[in-house]
Design a protein around this ligand. Sequence first.
Ligand SMILES: Cc1cc2nc3c(=O)[nH]c(=O)nc-3n(C[C@H](O)[C@H](O)[C@H](O)COP(=O)(O)OP(=O)(O)OC[C@H]3O[C@@H](n4cnc5c(N)ncnc54)[C@H](O)[C@@H]3O)c2cc1C
Length: 155
Amino acid sequence: MASVKRVLIVGGGSAGMTFATALQRSGIDAANVEINPTWSVMRLVYRPFGSLLVPPPWFRGRVLLVGDVAHTCTSHMASGARIAIEDAIVLTELLQSDVPVSELLEKFMARRYEHCRMVVESSHPMATWEKSPNTPGADPVGMLARANAALAAPI
Ligand SMILES: Cc1cc2nc3c(=O)[nH]c(=O)nc-3n(C[C@H](O)[C@H](O)[C@H](O)COP(=O)(O)OP(=O)(O)OC[C@H]3O[C@@H](n4cnc5c(N)ncnc54)[C@H](O)[C@@H]3O)c2cc1C
């Protein structure tokens, strides 16, 4: 029996929408708050690529960061939405158990941090190599292949 009965999800992007859907299907009540429900591709913000990796833990009390807000990579790995969706799937799976929330969040970090760090840190050199393809040792194909092999492992 799950110890958590209701979850408030802030943000209705890749992670938020997946999490809300997965929770509803698993019988846990979810409320999803999206600040910009009329989002449109016509309102895209154009700015330089950036990346972010929040140091662990990604939670305080019962509040947890998932998706880009915890780990943003440049788009060179084409995997930011993937790992955001994975966060939602892993969290939903963990929420099925009856372990206390603090323990559950520690388990989430153990399963997610290194995996997401690998994606974020792999995207850095790929962004650099795209701008400076003659950089000694530049190997975007090899980097992508190694990262994709790691990403193929069970989450
Ligand atoms: C050019 C580009 C190409 C990409 N290509 C790929 C790709 O091929 N494959 C891939 O896997 N990933 C790709 N990504 C990355 C992917 O888009 C992101 O990693 C993914 O969208 C992150 O999902 P998220 O739910 O964490 O955040 P988001 O999708 O950004 O969702 C966050 C949501 O929270 C809402 N919000 C913000 N603040 C509040 C608030 N205070 N209250 C309520 N709501 C709030 C926002 O409006 C937004 O809807 C690409 C990114 C870029 C920029």
